[in-house]
Design a protein around this ligand. Structure first.
Ligand code: CA
Length: 227
């Protein structure tokens, strides 16, 4: 089980990591919302432990983005603020449970166990951007009610873009992570561009709202908003 802990207080974060690792969970730490967000997009986690008071992007903002992307992982928020409004805001923003600091470690463990059990039961394995939906189990893609038939490579390409939704993906990232091309002496930029064009014809051309955007000189981004 992989757990991501986003907590800016290094001492607290380290204590959480050590305690959870002692219970045989794999734990990654992020000390800022930005770092946490990056990890969420690049790794697979079974649970997110999220501190609400963070510098930069705060916990609520992260939570809202996670839910907007329909990431189904359970989220446990840690909050120093013990007001009803904060708890309600956290739960309304998509948290599954919360703990008020300071808390007893065994209680944290108990709640984590409950959330992980629940998470396994209703994991959907879906990625989504606007009305573009990808089912990772059935390997099906839909835009609204329309089925979209993709080749294996197009499917992997779209999956990668959706996992990095709202982030610019460079041709280099695609070459390494989708084409598994480590030898950059073989330029495959043209090949990537051809696949992007084909993907765009299928997922965007017939529809009014475009989701796959080219960022000139940088790469591509899948997003509801054009960059
Ligand atoms: Ca904090």
């Amino acid at each position: 089980m992989n757990i991501l802990v986003i907590e800016d207080e290094h001492k607290v974060a380290q204590a959480l990591k050590e305690g959870l690792e002692h219970e045989n969970y794999n734990v990654d730490l992020a000390h800022t919302g930005e770092d946490g967000f990056f990890l969420l997009n690049s790794e697979q986690y079974d649970l997110l432990v999220l501190d609400l008071m963070l510098p930069g992007r705060d916990g609520i903002e992260i939570l809202k983005t996670v839910r907007k992307k329909k990431l189904s992982l359970p989220v446990l928020i840690l909050t120093a603020r013990d007001t009803v409004e904060d708890r309600v805001l956290g739960l309304d923003s998509g948290a599954d449970d919360y703990l008020v600091k300071p808390f007893a470690f065994p209680e944290l463990l108990a709640r984590i166990r409950v959330l992980l059990r629940r998470g396994r039961e209703n994991q959907t394995f879906q990625l989504q951007c606007a009305n573009l939906k990808m089912d990772l189990i059935k390997r099906k893609v839909k835009r609204g009610e329309n089925d979209i038939i993709l080749t294996l490579r197009e499917f992997d390409l779209l999956k990668y873009l959706l996992r990095h939704q709202d982030q610019i993906v460079s041709r280099e990232m695609l070459a390494t992570d989708v084409w598994k091309e480590t030898n950059r002496a073989t330029p495959i930029d043209n090949l990537i561009d051809v696949h992007i064009a084909r993907l765009r014809r299928k997922i965007d051309d017939p529809f009014e709202i475009k989701l796959l955007h080219t960022v000139r000189g940088v790469g591509f981004i899948i997003s509801e908003e054009s960059p």
